[in-house]
Design a protein around this ligand. Structure first.
Ligand code: GLY
Length: 377
């Protein structure tokens, strides 16, 4: 039976509010003629941007449902988020004389949807943008919330725009074609949403049956997206609470910078969430604490589940703080008075705080110990 004719449950829908509201559709089999056409991309002239490593079946499914005038292949993962690739894609749109009422569609992981969104934001000062994420990380984080952009040699995501999509279709059947490690990488962002806002997500993600084939996958993904949708609906441009979505990201960005992006983002977030939980515990000490304010058992349990790629040995030895601090200090969340960390007073109780160098150092040593015991190295 062709993929388009299989009976499927109705997709979950998450509404994102704010200045340009849109719907995120989540379900198995959305990359098919009937669903996407029914949901509707009204623009008839479309450019599809996809990564070189996208499985052919998803490219063909998207091409047959979208009938794009242009299909533009870009390098995989963060290799596509460069000024050079950005310029090349814009030139292809201009050479085809795509008009202002056309649409750019990003199909693939978070890096490609970041690039495609920024292309849409920039071409002719803005054309319609649609996102079709095919990785768990792309679905629960990158495709929702309108952050689009590129990396510079000086750092990640230093160029970009807030440019919300007109709609998102997250076809969960694409996840079954990913390596299990890529699925677990993406689970970090969903787990983060559980820690900062919706703790009922935590046991769902750690459930041994949670995976690309689990029947409740689309429901769990939609629930994780709902956390981000609620936050970005209230704070699109990160004037306040959107910063909580960066829980675990200060160390994560440092680990990615130190490894020249060899460590995948979700793995770095897994490591970074445990450090942020240790900092939270240290900062909460001595305060009038609610029971359950030590979240390190949750973040350690996630590290065990995720089994992230190993770190360079130097990061688990003395001297690691000196190696990582310059990267943490130049994180985008740093202001002129230095870096602020997203911490938790308890589950779903995030706040921003500056942390003294003494605490950062001593908790990095605890983190190294914990990583040693989780990774057995
Ligand atoms: N990935 C964090 C955010 O979208 O704000």
């Amino acid at each position: 039976m062709p993929v388009t004719d299989r009976p499927r449950p109705e997709p979950h829908q998450v509404q994102v509010g704010g200045p340009r509201p849109y719907t995120v559709h989540v379900g198995a089999g959305l990359l098919s003629v009937s669903d996407v056409a029914r949901a509707g991309i009204p623009q008839t002239r479309r450019a599809l941007i996809y990564p070189a490593d996208l499985p052919g079946e998803w490219l063909h499914a998207a091409q047959s449902c979208l009938q794009p005038e242009l299909s533009i292949m870009v390098p995989p993962r963060d290799e596509c988020k460069t000024l050079e690739v950005f310029g090349r894609v814009l030139s292809q749109l201009a050479s085809a004389a795509l008009p202002r009422d056309s649409a750019v569609v990003g199909l693939g992981g978070g890096a490609v949807t970041d690039l495609a969104g920024f292309v849409a934001a920039s071409y002719l000062r803005g054309v319609a943008y649609y996102s079709l994420p095919t990785t768990l990380l792309g679905m629960v984080d990158a495709a929702v919330g309108g952050k689009t952009g590129l990396n510079l040699p000086e750092g990640k995501n230093l160029v970009g725009a807030f440019y919300p999509p007109s709609a998102v279709w997250a076809d969960t059947s694409t996840l079954a074609t990913l390596p299990p490690a890529t699925f677990r990488e993406g689970a970090a962002e969903a787990y983060k949403h559980g820690l900062i806002a919706d703790p009922t997500l935590l046991p769902q993600i750690l459930d041994p049956n949670f995976g690309a084939l689990s029947p409740s996958l689309a429901a769990t993904i939609a629930q994780a997206i709902q956390v981000k949708a609620d936050i970005v609906s209230r704070d699109l441009t990160e004037q306040g609470e959107r910063a909580y979505l960066n829980f675990g990201h200060t160390l994560a960005h440092a680990l990615e910078g130190y490894t020249h992006q060899a460590l995948p983002h979700g793995d770095a977030v897994g490591y970074g969430m445990h450090y942020a939980a240790l900092l939270s515990r240290a900062m909460n000490k001595g305060k009038d604490q609610a029971e359950g304010s030590d979240l390190t058992p949750h973040t350690a349990a996630f590290l065990r589940y995720q089994n992230p790629q190993p770190l360079p040995p130097a990061l688990l030895q003395p001297g690691a703080f000196e190696a990582l601090w310059p990267y943490m200090n130049r994180d985008k969340k740093a202001d002129s008075q230095g870096v602020r960390f997203v911490l938790l007073r308890g589950l779903a109780q995030p706040y921003l705080a500056r942390v003294s160098e003494d605490v950062l150092r001593s908790e990095l040593a605890v983190w190294q110990n914990d990583v040693h015991s989780v990774k057995g190295c």
